[in-house]
Design a binder for this molecule. Structure first.
Ligand SMILES: NC(=O)c1ccc[n+]([C@@H]2O[C@H](COP(=O)([O-])OP(=O)(O)OC[C@H]3O[C@@H](n4cnc5c(N)ncnc54)[C@H](OP(=O)(O)O)[C@@H]3O)[C@@H](O)[C@H]2O)c1
Length: 328
């Protein structure tokens, strides 16, 4: 099969479209013919090897199991191991590869834990856009954020994958939403429903004097004390991604700060569940939330898709499609 392979950490120039062996499903796995796979910031991190946590698959260079990136896949089951009872050949399915790898290829194998049947009214491309970003938003806004109507919610890094779902979900749940991202994404954020926008290249949201009931932070890089300052009493702050230093500080000091001042400051470790994948995709199928696809690229153009992401221009999601007639 064809796959996009990277054997070193660095830039998208290192990606190569390569012929590799088609994977064989283990007894408890299915083999899926990939129809679409979305690009996440985690792919950029896996490509560049930064932050450090992106090197779990190999400290100096990607290990042999980590050389194909791509985590959010939608496709059709073409074979099932003898001990796999969840999906069957012919099923259209979608979900996230547990280790963030394997998706930039014509076929993947998975046990399918936390995967689901693709909702019929969603295209493969829409379905591939949902798993990682949609579930981050669902758990950040609903499960842990517990947003109530009228509450003030700030989403930092709102114009990307997780943020574009989170803005829509917070609005759906009746919040007043402030969305933070770069200058080129502010109109996009307003179109998603944001009530207020902040351009992070000109203004620091921790210094505006505003206070929030919930902050969902996709790109945490300030001190935990700065975040505590902009929370209302009993407010909640969740870091989903960001610098290792900030995430470590929040993980270490967050519980202590929460006890001391009654504000909840935590790193959100997302749990992948089929229930949550279905919950967010049902909202998409019903049209209550739109999985925003900025661009579609064919498999051979994964390097261009990653360059576009790395240049800070993606609004919502970028999707790799195997349907060359569907490229925009
Ligand atoms: N905690 C968990 O369990 C878990 C699970 C999965 C993934 N993750 C992590 O969650 C993150 C998900 O991100 P994503 O896929 O939504 O990323 P994304 O699509 O790249 O979105 C991030 C957005 O933040 C913007 N941004 C960059 N620097 C900023 C700043 N200083 N202030 C405000 N906005 C800024 C980016 O804009 P520019 O274009 O200007 O850069 C981009 O629009 C990744 O870091 C991933 O590793 C965490």
């Amino acid at each position: 099969m064809k796959a996009i392979v990277n054997t070193h950490y660095g830039s998208p120039d290192l990606f190569q479209l390569t012929e590799v062996a088609t994977p064989t499903p283990a007894d408890d796995e299915v083999l899926i013919k990939v129809q679409a796979v979305s690009v996440n910031r985690s792919d950029w991190e896996g490509l560049t090897g930064k932050p450090l946590y992106a090197r779990l698959g190999g400290l100096l260079k990607p290990g042999s199991h980590s050389q194909i990136l791509g985590s959010d896949v939608a496709g059709r089951v073409v074979a099932a191991g003898s001990n796999h009872h969840q999906f069957h050949p012919g099923d259209d399915v979608f979900g996230e590869m547990w280790d963030y790898h394997g998706g930039f290829a014509e076929y993947v194998c998975t046990r399918g834990r936390a995967w689901a049947l693709k909702p019929p009214r969603l295209t493969f491309e829409q379905a591939a856009a949902i798993p990682q970003a949609g579930v981050i938003a669902l758990q950040g806004i609903r499960t842990h954020g517990q947003v109530q109507p009228g509450q003030h919610v700030l989403i930092n890094g709102a114009g990307g994958g997780a943020g574009s779902f989170a803005v829509q979900l917070a609005k759906l749940d009746g919040a007043e939403v402030t969305a933070v991202d770069n200058t080129g994404k502010l109109d996009f954020l307003r179109a998603l429903g944001a009530d207020h926008v902040i351009d992070y290249t000109h203004e620091e949201f921790t210094k505006t004097g505003q206070r929030y009931d919930l902050i969902l932070d996709v790109v945490a890089h300030r001190s935990a004390f700065a975040y505590r300052r902009v929370l209302k009493p009993n407010g909640r702050y969740f870091a989903v991604g960001g610098s290792v230093a900030t995430l470590l500080q929040i993980a270490l000091l967050g519980p202590w700060m929460s006890r001391a001042v009654g504000k909840h400051i935590r790193v959100l470790v997302v749990q992948r569940t089929q229930k949550d994948l279905l919950a967010i995709s049902e909202l998409c199928e019903a049209g209550a939330i739109v999985p925003v696809i900025d661009r579609r690229y064919p498999l051979r153009e994964v390097p261009d898709a990653l360059r576009y992401l790395g240049a800070g221009r993606v609004k919502g999601k970028v999707v790799i499609t195997m349907d060359e007639n569907n490229v925009t």
